[in-house]
Design a protein around this ligand. Structure first.
Ligand SMILES: Cc1cc2nc3c(=O)[nH]c(=O)nc-3n(C[C@H](O)[C@H](O)[C@H](O)COP(=O)(O)O)c2cc1C
Length: 317
Protein backbone atom coordinates (compact mmCIF):
# COMPACT_ATOMS: atom_id res chain seq x y z
CA UNK A 1 0.00 0.00 0.00
CA UNK A 2 1.21 3.51 -0.76
CA UNK A 3 1.43 6.09 2.01
CA UNK A 4 -1.33 8.63 2.59
CA UNK A 5 -0.37 12.25 2.22
CA UNK A 6 -1.97 14.46 4.84
CA UNK A 7 -0.58 17.98 4.46
CA UNK A 8 3.19 17.72 4.80
CA UNK A 9 3.01 14.25 6.31
CA UNK A 10 3.55 11.03 4.43
CA UNK A 11 1.68 8.54 6.53
CA UNK A 12 2.74 4.93 6.25
CA UNK A 13 -0.23 3.04 7.66
CA UNK A 14 -3.87 3.60 6.75
CA UNK A 15 -5.23 2.84 10.24
CA UNK A 16 -5.87 5.47 12.86
CA UNK A 17 -6.93 5.09 16.48
CA UNK A 18 -9.85 7.46 17.27
CA UNK A 19 -9.63 10.24 19.77
CA UNK A 20 -11.49 8.88 22.81
CA UNK A 21 -12.11 11.09 25.84
CA UNK A 22 -10.93 9.41 29.01
CA UNK A 23 -9.14 6.64 27.11
CA UNK A 24 -6.59 7.84 24.55
CA UNK A 25 -4.37 9.47 27.13
CA UNK A 26 -0.58 9.38 26.90
CA UNK A 27 -0.18 5.90 28.44
CA UNK A 28 -2.65 4.39 25.98
CA UNK A 29 -1.07 6.19 23.03
CA UNK A 30 2.34 4.89 24.15
CA UNK A 31 0.88 1.40 24.32
CA UNK A 32 -0.44 1.66 20.76
CA UNK A 33 2.85 3.06 19.58
CA UNK A 34 4.77 0.20 21.15
CA UNK A 35 2.58 -2.31 19.29
CA UNK A 36 3.01 -0.35 16.07
CA UNK A 37 1.13 0.02 12.76
CA UNK A 38 -0.86 3.16 13.66
CA UNK A 39 -0.76 5.77 10.89
CA UNK A 40 -0.93 8.56 13.46
CA UNK A 41 -1.94 8.98 17.08
CA UNK A 42 -4.62 11.38 18.33
CA UNK A 43 -5.09 12.92 21.76
CA UNK A 44 -8.52 12.90 23.36
CA UNK A 45 -10.57 16.05 22.69
CA UNK A 46 -8.83 19.13 24.14
CA UNK A 47 -10.70 22.30 25.03
CA UNK A 48 -9.20 25.37 23.36
CA UNK A 49 -10.41 27.44 26.33
CA UNK A 50 -8.62 25.13 28.75
CA UNK A 51 -5.51 25.26 26.63
CA UNK A 52 -5.20 29.03 26.39
CA UNK A 53 -5.88 29.33 30.13
CA UNK A 54 -3.13 26.75 30.66
CA UNK A 55 -5.44 24.67 32.77
CA UNK A 56 -3.11 22.09 34.42
CA UNK A 57 -5.48 19.22 33.55
CA UNK A 58 -5.52 20.28 29.89
CA UNK A 59 -1.74 20.62 29.79
CA UNK A 60 -1.44 17.08 31.15
CA UNK A 61 -3.73 15.85 28.37
CA UNK A 62 -1.51 17.31 25.64
CA UNK A 63 1.73 15.89 27.04
CA UNK A 64 3.51 14.04 24.30
CA UNK A 65 6.20 11.44 23.96
CA UNK A 66 8.92 10.94 21.40
CA UNK A 67 8.52 8.43 18.58
CA UNK A 68 8.41 8.39 14.81
CA UNK A 69 4.61 8.07 14.57
CA UNK A 70 2.92 11.35 13.57
CA UNK A 71 0.94 12.85 16.44
CA UNK A 72 -2.23 14.93 16.28
CA UNK A 73 -3.89 17.00 18.95
CA UNK A 74 -7.68 17.12 18.70
CA UNK A 75 -9.19 20.52 19.57
CA UNK A 76 -12.76 21.49 20.37
CA UNK A 77 -14.33 24.86 21.04
CA UNK A 78 -16.62 27.48 19.58
CA UNK A 79 -14.69 30.72 19.27
CA UNK A 80 -12.44 31.28 16.22
CA UNK A 81 -10.16 33.72 18.07
CA UNK A 82 -9.67 31.23 20.89
CA UNK A 83 -8.82 28.56 18.33
CA UNK A 84 -6.17 30.87 16.86
CA UNK A 85 -4.56 31.34 20.27
CA UNK A 86 -4.71 27.64 21.02
CA UNK A 87 -3.18 26.74 17.65
CA UNK A 88 -0.40 29.28 18.20
CA UNK A 89 0.31 27.57 21.51
CA UNK A 90 0.42 24.18 19.76
CA UNK A 91 2.76 25.63 17.10
CA UNK A 92 5.12 27.23 19.55
CA UNK A 93 5.09 25.07 22.66
CA UNK A 94 4.49 21.50 21.49
CA UNK A 95 5.84 19.02 18.98
CA UNK A 96 2.53 17.77 17.58
CA UNK A 97 2.65 17.11 13.83
CA UNK A 98 -0.98 17.86 13.18
CA UNK A 99 -4.23 19.35 14.42
CA UNK A 100 -7.64 17.70 14.24
CA UNK A 101 -10.82 19.71 14.73
CA UNK A 102 -13.64 17.98 16.60
CA UNK A 103 -16.93 18.65 14.83
CA UNK A 104 -18.74 15.55 15.99
CA UNK A 105 -18.97 15.40 19.78
CA UNK A 106 -22.67 14.93 20.65
CA UNK A 107 -22.38 15.58 24.40
CA UNK A 108 -24.97 18.17 25.48
CA UNK A 109 -22.56 20.27 27.50
CA UNK A 110 -20.32 20.62 24.43
CA UNK A 111 -23.06 21.13 21.81
CA UNK A 112 -24.89 23.71 23.95
CA UNK A 113 -21.72 25.78 24.07
CA UNK A 114 -21.57 25.87 20.25
CA UNK A 115 -18.79 23.27 19.91
CA UNK A 116 -18.41 19.67 18.67
CA UNK A 117 -21.36 18.47 16.57
CA UNK A 118 -22.99 21.94 16.88
CA UNK A 119 -20.69 23.07 14.06
CA UNK A 120 -22.47 20.70 11.67
CA UNK A 121 -25.59 22.84 11.89
CA UNK A 122 -23.91 26.24 11.87
CA UNK A 123 -21.80 26.04 8.77
CA UNK A 124 -20.76 29.68 8.72
CA UNK A 125 -19.32 29.33 12.23
CA UNK A 126 -17.74 26.03 11.18
CA UNK A 127 -16.09 27.74 8.21
CA UNK A 128 -14.82 30.59 10.40
CA UNK A 129 -13.21 28.13 12.80
CA UNK A 130 -11.61 26.15 9.99
CA UNK A 131 -10.26 29.41 8.53
CA UNK A 132 -8.93 30.48 11.91
CA UNK A 133 -7.00 27.23 12.26
CA UNK A 134 -5.83 27.05 8.65
CA UNK A 135 -4.53 30.62 8.71
CA UNK A 136 -2.57 29.96 11.92
CA UNK A 137 -0.76 26.74 11.11
CA UNK A 138 0.86 24.90 8.26
CA UNK A 139 0.83 21.69 10.25
CA UNK A 140 -1.28 18.84 8.89
CA UNK A 141 -4.91 19.74 9.56
CA UNK A 142 -7.80 17.26 9.65
CA UNK A 143 -11.45 17.68 10.58
CA UNK A 144 -13.51 14.93 12.19
CA UNK A 145 -17.21 15.16 11.40
CA UNK A 146 -20.39 13.10 11.43
CA UNK A 147 -22.88 12.67 8.57
CA UNK A 148 -24.78 15.69 9.83
CA UNK A 149 -26.58 16.98 12.90
CA UNK A 150 -30.23 15.83 12.61
CA UNK A 151 -30.11 14.76 8.99
CA UNK A 152 -27.42 13.88 6.50
CA UNK A 153 -25.63 16.88 4.95
CA UNK A 154 -22.19 15.35 4.74
CA UNK A 155 -21.68 16.21 1.07
CA UNK A 156 -22.16 19.92 1.69
CA UNK A 157 -20.03 19.84 4.85
CA UNK A 158 -17.22 17.89 3.20
CA UNK A 159 -17.07 20.32 0.28
CA UNK A 160 -16.70 23.23 2.69
CA UNK A 161 -13.97 21.40 4.58
CA UNK A 162 -12.08 20.63 1.39
CA UNK A 163 -12.60 24.14 -0.01
CA UNK A 164 -11.05 25.70 3.10
CA UNK A 165 -7.77 23.86 2.64
CA UNK A 166 -8.14 21.09 5.21
CA UNK A 167 -5.74 18.23 4.47
CA UNK A 168 -7.99 15.23 5.20
CA UNK A 169 -11.49 14.57 6.44
CA UNK A 170 -12.50 11.96 8.99
CA UNK A 171 -16.14 10.90 8.90
CA UNK A 172 -17.97 8.99 11.60
CA UNK A 173 -20.82 7.59 9.50
CA UNK A 174 -23.62 8.62 11.83
CA UNK A 175 -25.53 11.84 12.37
CA UNK A 176 -25.49 13.43 15.80
CA UNK A 177 -29.11 12.33 16.17
CA UNK A 178 -28.28 8.68 15.39
CA UNK A 179 -26.44 8.20 18.68
CA UNK A 180 -25.01 4.68 18.83
CA UNK A 181 -28.34 2.91 18.51
CA UNK A 182 -28.21 2.24 14.77
CA UNK A 183 -25.22 0.82 12.89
CA UNK A 184 -22.85 3.30 11.25
CA UNK A 185 -24.04 4.14 7.73
CA UNK A 186 -21.08 3.10 5.62
CA UNK A 187 -23.21 3.30 2.47
CA UNK A 188 -22.23 6.99 2.35
CA UNK A 189 -18.50 6.17 2.10
CA UNK A 190 -18.31 5.45 -1.62
CA UNK A 191 -20.35 8.39 -2.96
CA UNK A 192 -18.47 10.71 -0.62
CA UNK A 193 -15.06 9.38 -1.65
CA UNK A 194 -16.00 9.95 -5.30
CA UNK A 195 -16.66 13.63 -4.64
CA UNK A 196 -13.52 14.41 -2.62
CA UNK A 197 -9.98 15.29 -3.62
CA UNK A 198 -8.54 15.08 -0.12
CA UNK A 199 -8.08 11.77 1.76
CA UNK A 200 -11.21 10.36 3.37
CA UNK A 201 -10.84 8.44 6.61
CA UNK A 202 -13.93 6.43 7.54
CA UNK A 203 -15.03 5.63 11.07
CA UNK A 204 -17.73 3.70 12.87
CA UNK A 205 -18.36 0.17 14.12
CA UNK A 206 -15.20 -1.48 12.86
CA UNK A 207 -14.56 -4.40 15.20
CA UNK A 208 -13.23 -7.18 12.97
CA UNK A 209 -10.19 -7.42 10.75
CA UNK A 210 -12.35 -8.64 7.86
CA UNK A 211 -14.71 -5.65 8.00
CA UNK A 212 -11.80 -3.25 8.39
CA UNK A 213 -10.08 -4.65 5.30
CA UNK A 214 -13.30 -4.46 3.32
CA UNK A 215 -13.80 -0.80 4.20
CA UNK A 216 -10.20 0.02 3.31
CA UNK A 217 -11.08 -0.77 -0.29
CA UNK A 218 -13.54 2.15 -0.28
CA UNK A 219 -11.83 4.86 1.78
CA UNK A 220 -8.23 6.05 2.09
CA UNK A 221 -7.94 5.19 5.74
CA UNK A 222 -9.99 3.84 8.62
CA UNK A 223 -10.29 5.19 12.14
CA UNK A 224 -11.11 2.80 14.96
CA UNK A 225 -12.42 3.86 18.36
CA UNK A 226 -13.87 1.29 20.73
CA UNK A 227 -12.38 -1.56 18.71
CA UNK A 228 -8.81 -0.44 19.35
CA UNK A 229 -9.27 -0.39 23.13
CA UNK A 230 -10.91 -3.82 23.04
CA UNK A 231 -8.05 -5.05 20.85
CA UNK A 232 -5.01 -2.74 20.93
CA UNK A 233 -3.26 -4.98 18.40
CA UNK A 234 -6.07 -4.54 15.86
CA UNK A 235 -3.79 -2.75 13.38
CA UNK A 236 -1.02 -5.30 13.85
CA UNK A 237 -3.56 -8.02 13.14
CA UNK A 238 -4.66 -6.30 9.93
CA UNK A 239 -1.04 -5.98 8.78
CA UNK A 240 0.48 -9.25 9.96
CA UNK A 241 -2.40 -11.55 10.90
CA UNK A 242 -0.91 -11.78 14.41
CA UNK A 243 -2.09 -10.42 17.74
CA UNK A 244 0.05 -9.17 20.59
CA UNK A 245 -0.22 -11.30 23.76
CA UNK A 246 -2.94 -9.91 26.03
CA UNK A 247 -0.86 -10.38 29.20
CA UNK A 248 1.95 -8.32 27.66
CA UNK A 249 -0.55 -5.62 26.67
CA UNK A 250 -2.02 -5.30 30.16
CA UNK A 251 1.42 -5.26 31.81
CA UNK A 252 2.67 -2.58 29.42
CA UNK A 253 -0.44 -0.48 29.89
CA UNK A 254 -0.04 -0.65 33.66
CA UNK A 255 3.64 0.27 33.45
CA UNK A 256 2.99 3.32 31.23
CA UNK A 257 -0.04 4.36 33.28
CA UNK A 258 1.79 4.16 36.64
CA UNK A 259 4.66 6.04 35.08
CA UNK A 260 2.43 8.93 34.00
CA UNK A 261 -0.21 9.46 36.68
CA UNK A 262 -0.07 10.09 40.43
CA UNK A 263 -1.13 7.06 42.49
CA UNK A 264 -4.71 8.25 43.15
CA UNK A 265 -5.44 8.07 39.40
CA UNK A 266 -4.26 4.47 38.95
CA UNK A 267 -7.47 2.69 39.93
CA UNK A 268 -9.91 4.74 37.79
CA UNK A 269 -7.54 4.73 34.83
CA UNK A 270 -7.00 0.97 34.94
CA UNK A 271 -10.75 0.37 35.26
CA UNK A 272 -11.51 2.70 32.30
CA UNK A 273 -9.12 0.67 30.14
CA UNK A 274 -10.40 -2.68 31.41
CA UNK A 275 -14.03 -1.79 30.64
CA UNK A 276 -13.17 -2.11 26.97
CA UNK A 277 -10.10 -4.36 27.04
CA UNK A 278 -11.99 -7.10 28.89
CA UNK A 279 -14.83 -7.23 26.31
CA UNK A 280 -15.40 -10.28 24.15
CA UNK A 281 -12.67 -12.42 25.69
CA UNK A 282 -14.83 -14.93 27.48
CA UNK A 283 -14.00 -13.63 30.96
CA UNK A 284 -16.69 -14.80 33.42
CA UNK A 285 -19.05 -11.98 34.42
CA UNK A 286 -18.42 -12.51 38.11
CA UNK A 287 -14.66 -12.17 37.65
CA UNK A 288 -15.18 -8.90 35.79
CA UNK A 289 -17.61 -7.60 38.41
CA UNK A 290 -15.05 -8.26 41.14
CA UNK A 291 -12.63 -6.02 39.31
CA UNK A 292 -15.06 -3.20 38.70
CA UNK A 293 -16.47 -3.20 42.24
CA UNK A 294 -13.09 -3.28 43.97
CA UNK A 295 -11.59 -0.15 45.50
CA UNK A 296 -8.23 -1.83 45.94
CA UNK A 297 -5.79 -1.00 43.16
CA UNK A 298 -3.38 -3.86 43.93
CA UNK A 299 -6.25 -6.35 43.80
CA UNK A 300 -7.47 -5.09 40.44
CA UNK A 301 -3.95 -4.98 39.00
CA UNK A 302 -2.98 -8.50 40.16
CA UNK A 303 -6.28 -10.00 39.06
CA UNK A 304 -6.22 -8.31 35.69
CA UNK A 305 -2.70 -9.62 35.04
CA UNK A 306 -3.77 -13.09 36.17
CA UNK A 307 -6.93 -13.10 34.02
CA UNK A 308 -5.08 -12.12 30.86
CA UNK A 309 -2.17 -14.49 31.59
CA UNK A 310 -4.69 -17.34 31.88
CA UNK A 311 -6.33 -16.33 28.60
CA UNK A 312 -2.93 -16.55 26.92
CA UNK A 313 -2.23 -19.93 28.55
CA UNK A 314 -5.62 -21.26 27.41
CA UNK A 315 -4.98 -20.00 23.89
CA UNK A 316 -1.42 -21.45 24.11
CA UNK A 317 0.02 -18.06 23.14
C1 LIG B 1 -15.75 6.76 25.37
C2 LIG B 1 -15.71 7.52 24.07
C3 LIG B 1 -15.05 8.73 24.01
C4 LIG B 1 -15.00 9.44 22.81
N1 LIG B 1 -14.30 10.61 22.75
C5 LIG B 1 -14.14 11.24 21.57
C6 LIG B 1 -13.29 12.39 21.46
O1 LIG B 1 -12.67 12.85 22.42
N2 LIG B 1 -13.19 12.98 20.23
C7 LIG B 1 -13.84 12.48 19.12
O2 LIG B 1 -13.69 13.03 18.03
N3 LIG B 1 -14.64 11.41 19.21
C8 LIG B 1 -14.78 10.77 20.39
N4 LIG B 1 -15.54 9.64 20.45
C9 LIG B 1 -16.11 9.09 19.20
C10 LIG B 1 -15.09 8.11 18.56
O3 LIG B 1 -13.89 8.74 18.24
C11 LIG B 1 -15.66 7.44 17.32
O4 LIG B 1 -15.95 8.42 16.37
C12 LIG B 1 -16.91 6.63 17.60
O5 LIG B 1 -16.79 5.88 18.80
C13 LIG B 1 -17.21 5.65 16.45
O6 LIG B 1 -16.11 4.80 16.23
P1 LIG B 1 -16.07 3.29 16.81
O7 LIG B 1 -17.34 2.63 16.39
O8 LIG B 1 -14.84 2.69 16.14
O9 LIG B 1 -15.95 3.38 18.29
C14 LIG B 1 -15.65 8.93 21.66
C15 LIG B 1 -16.32 7.72 21.73
C16 LIG B 1 -16.36 7.00 22.91
C17 LIG B 1 -17.07 5.68 22.94
Amino acid sequence: MTSIKIGKLNIKYHYFPSPLAGLTDLPFRRLLDSIGYAGALFTEMISVEGLIRKNPQTLLMIKNFKSDTPKFVQLFGSNPETFKKAVRYINEETDFDGIDLNAGCPVKKVVNKGAGAYLLKDLSKFKEIIRAIRSTTDKAFTVKIRLGFNSVNVFEIAKIVEGEGVDAIIVHFRTKKDGYSKPARWEFAKPLKEKLNIPLIGNGDLFSVETAKEKLKIVDGIMIGRGIVINPSFFKEIETGKREREDIIIKKFIEYMEDFYPEEKWLPRLKAFLRYFSKGKGIPKQRKNELFISKDYSFVKQNAIEIFSNICKDMKL
